[in-house]
Write a protein that binds this ligand. Sequence first.
Ligand code: CDP
Length: 250
Amino acid sequence: MGNVGAKETPILLTPDGRRIDGRLKNELRPVRIQAGALRHADGSAFVEWGHNKVMAAVYGPREVHPRHLQQNHKAVIQCRYNMAAFSVDERKRPGLDRRSQEISKVIAEAFDSVVFAEEFPRTSIDVYIEVLQANAGTRCAGLVAASVALADAGIPMVDLLPAVAVGKVGGEIVLDLKKEEDNFGEADLPMALVPQSGRLVLLQMEGHMTEEELGRALDLGVQGCRDIYEKMKAALRERYTLTPIAEAAR
Ligand code: CDP
């Protein structure tokens, strides 16, 4: 799976159930979310998730560019996910490759199902996701950052959109894969959840697992999303409960 740099598979799961970084199977990496990280965007958020560092900026609703994408009955949600050339071990070729296009598309579609786009016909809501440092799960970290940035921009939505990847590593179903687990594991399954309705609006899978394992993976992922959801709400609460003096000093 993924791009494999090393020749030998590292030990991904110890006999006592610990993972390569000491986590338990159902444990998230440390997650820190800062809402309103940029001054010039309408909304923004910075997410550090394990060794991932992701910035999201939102503009809009604003005029649609290119014009032919304009829709008369709703806002169009445009998303650009980009990985910086310095975000990975081996320098990534800058620019939009097929992977970035695919991720941009699935993230835009996920937001399309939660944003009240009909309230802003003939406009565009532009979502920029910049991955500054990557260590697996960047589409989920990008989604989380963008979702908080959309809320920070005051875009009306059904709900925030927490996301996480689950997978199969060393024959076990585990939460929130890091790079080695993504590269050498048996399956990687990113998902995004609408917490209020329990609806999944992004679900992808690379690799193989049985139907029974898939059921357990989904349960674990939904729980992971709910934990991320609490952190997203806390970040927004922190941003919007500052005193006026602290806000002026930002
Ligand atoms: O990042 P995410 O897990 O959503 O997507 P992926 O395509 O499964 O990529 C997994 C990881 O592989 C990324 O997070 C990067 O750490 C790494 N990667 C890389 O090193 N070079 C690339 N051109 C693409 C991905």
